[in-house]
Design a binder for this molecule. Structure first.
Ligand SMILES: Nc1ncnc2c1ncn2[C@@H]1O[C@H](COP(=O)(O)OP(=O)(O)OP(=O)(O)O)[C@@H](O)[C@H]1O
Ligand SMILES: [Mg+2]
Length: 606
């Protein structure tokens, strides 16, 4: 009884307890004063520097490029070479960048690519980077984890560095009292993605005069205003905060030469569309020839493709790597049938039967996330949760705890389904399966990035029949096992009506094709469509822990084949440096399994 009602703080005071191999759980204080992510250091360029003489900043370099903060290309990276590529529009003899050195990218960018240990470009980089470099507007669709970020950052930053001098920027003394006038603008749908893009921009802009700044909701404007005042060449923003900054006179978009909408289908979706129209068409941002625009995502429903034309020049180019909305075969997808009441026990069995590794668990509401967090925490799993009702401090603390491995289990809503690129996420669990296949594709895409293997386990109930036909299509397409209870949907899994872009003369293909339900991303589906646009405040503690219901008597799905013995993943030799002194085992298998696929595959066969 006491355990069920103990708060996280109280639990922390109790003797360490463990949930199997998961190690000692750690209490993450969500109110601890941390430096806002928007205040992270950027390279400080000085007037007397040149590209050749700009000095190293060893500490910043370690933060940006160290192995432990980066995902290395995985054992399946070469499989990218066999993915189909389609490019519509543009010059007949367009260039393909087979090697990073082929395109006259700016030397500083090339040096940073080497520091990131990118050896060869991925297909989206091979195809989109030269077209962006050549000045075309682009709408690009490529699988999760396949390097879309670099595909647009490399050419845009290169062009800015090659064509402009730092006098074009505001990053100079005396600029403090003027509005920030960025040269490039990157818009993302969530704060976490804004922060991640800021980190990528800090890496690509390292040792250059380009100064990235990120602004997002949930924090007071003061600190972000100070960052803007120091100079801003690349502005990374969530839509709501950007409009706020424009309205307060802190930002002018008049000098923007490059605009990127990342996760563009989400950005152009119903919740965000008015904000984007306001930014792209009603602000002082240059129009037409004065602006180059790029839209990127792993999914592009037909309806959004049509909408996107409003923001692109007539001669824009459409790039498709693989099928639109397809996923990578590097993800082992498992679907298990459960009754609702069995989910909790099934999850606990699953967690106990796999080697501990960074795991994301998706649920369908903020309350479910709170509840499941409490249940797992009270069972001694090192978990943390993230959703749109949390304060920004809590959101940043949760991301930090997950990324550093202090809390290797993240329970979250759709707010974290897109774009996040976190090292060693080896397992995604759909505790509550979503209704939309695109959402599923983004969620499972948090694992198996840059050619690494990963596992996605989905709990399927009879209530999930809406998504079943398309889920089966995806399983068949990726040569995954279709479980017996989904076999009835296999006949419908023969064609992909959304395999390609809608034709240019179609203006409402989305209604006819049926591939994009009209009520995609309803408010409840997204977990509050306005979450990321407006500042949110979370009014109290981490919620009251609830008593975990008694385990159900029966489970017709059966017990996972496990547990995986510790010898099979040799935790002792692979423990990373940041494992707590108390002896938690959480991080080791992740490090190990990155280099030993057999171990992971074996572990996944529970
Ligand atoms: N050419 C490359 N070689 C090796 N690693 C790369 C290369 N390009 C990108 N990566 C790495 O691949 C990972 C995934 O890249 P990125 O986040 O850009 O994927 P994405 O296509 O945007 O995925 P999502 O659709 O989920 O947003 C990153 O860690 C990135 O550093
Ligand atoms: Mg991305």
């Amino acid at each position: 009884m006491e355990e069920a009602t103990a708060t996280k703080e109280q639990q922390q005071l109790q003797a360490p307890q463990t949930a199997g191999l998961w190690g000692v759980k750690e209490y993450v204080d969500p109110t601890a004063e941390v430096v806002w992510a928007s205040e992270r250091p950027v390279y400080e360029w000085k007037d007397d520097y040149t590209d050749e003489t700009a000095p190293d900043n060893a500490e910043l370099e370690r933060e940006l490029f160290d192995e432990e903060n980066r995902i290395n290309a995985g054992i399946h990276f070469d499989k990218y070479k066999s993915i189909s590529v389609s490019v519509k529009g543009g010059p007949e003899n367009r260039r393909i960048m087979n090697d990073f050195t082929e395109l006259a990218l700016h030397p500083t960018i090339l040096e940073n690519i080497v520091k990131m240990k990118f050896k060869e470009p991925t297909p989206i980089q091979q195809n989109a980077t030269p077209l962006l470099f050549a000045g075309y507007d682009v709408l690009a669709c490529a699988q999760t984890g396949s390097g879309k970020t670099a595909a647009f950052l490399m050419p845009i930053l290169s062009k800015l560095l090659s064509k402009l001098s730092k006098t074009a920027s505001q990053n100079q003394p005396g600029a403090r009292r003027t509005k920030a006038s960025p040269l490039a603008l990157i818009i993302l749908p969530t704060r976490e993605l804004g922060i991640q893009m800021f980190d990528s921009a800090r890496s690509f802009a390292y040792k250059s005069w380009l100064r990235p700044v990120v602004i997002y909701g949930g924090t007071e404007m003061k600190s972000q205003k100070e960052q803007l005042a120091k100079g801003c060449d690349i502005l990374i923003a969530t839509p709501g905060r950007l409009i706020d900054a424009i309205e307060r006179g802190l930002v002018s978009l008049a000098k923007v030469k490059y605009a990127v909408l990342d996760e563009a289908d989400r950005i152009l979706d119903m919740g965000f569309e008015p904000a984007i129209r306001q930014i792209m068409t009603a602000s002082d941002m240059p129009k037409d020839e004065g602006l180059q625009t790029a839209l990127f995502s792993a999914t592009f429903p037909s309806r959004v493709q049509v909408l996107a034309r409003d923001f692109l020049k007539d001669d824009y180019i459409r790039i498709r790597i693989g099928r639109i909305g397809g996923t990578t075969s590097d993800i082992m997808q498992k679907v298990v049938k459960v009754e609702d009441y069995q989910k909790e026990e099934t999850l606990i069995n699953l967690l106990l039967s796999q080697p501990p590794s960074r795991t994301m668990i998706f649920v369908d509401s903020k309350r479910r996330a709170d509840n499941l967090d409490d249940i797992l925490y009270n069972k001694n799993f090192p978990c943390i949760s993230l959703h749109g009702d949390r304060s920004q401090r809590e959101r940043e603390a949760a991301m930090d705890a997950f990324k550093t491995g202090r809390s290797p289990i993240l329970i979250t809503t759709s707010v974290a389904s897109r774009g996040l690129d976190i090292k060693d996420v080896l397992h995604v669990i759909n505790y509550d399966l979503c209704n939309e296949i695109d959402e599923y594709v983004h969620r499972i895409g948090r694992t198996a990035r840059a050619g690494n293997p990963g596992l996605a386990t989905t709990f399927y109930t009879d209530n999930n029949a809406t998504i079943a036909p398309r889920l089966v299509k995806l399983l068949v397409e990726c040569q995954q096992v279709v479980p017996e209870f989904l076999k009835e949907f296999v006949d419908e899994a023969t064609s992909y009506e959304d395999a390609d872009f809608v034709e240019e003369d179609e203006d409402s293909g989305f209604e006819a094709s049926g591939s994009c339900a009209t009520n995609r991303y309803t408010k409840s589906h997204w977990g509050g469509a306005g979450d990321q646009v407006q500042d949110t405040s979370y009014d109290g503690n981490w919620g009251t822990p609830i008593k975990a219901p008694a385990a159900p008597a029966g489970n017709d799905w059966g017990t996972p084949k496990g547990p995986v013995s510790s010898s099979s993943c040799d935790l002792s030799t692979a423990r990373p440096a940041q494992v707590p002194a108390t002896g938690g085992n959480w991080g080791a298998p992740a490090a190990k399994t990155q280099t030993n696929q057999d171990t992971w595959t074996a572990a996944a066969n529970w």
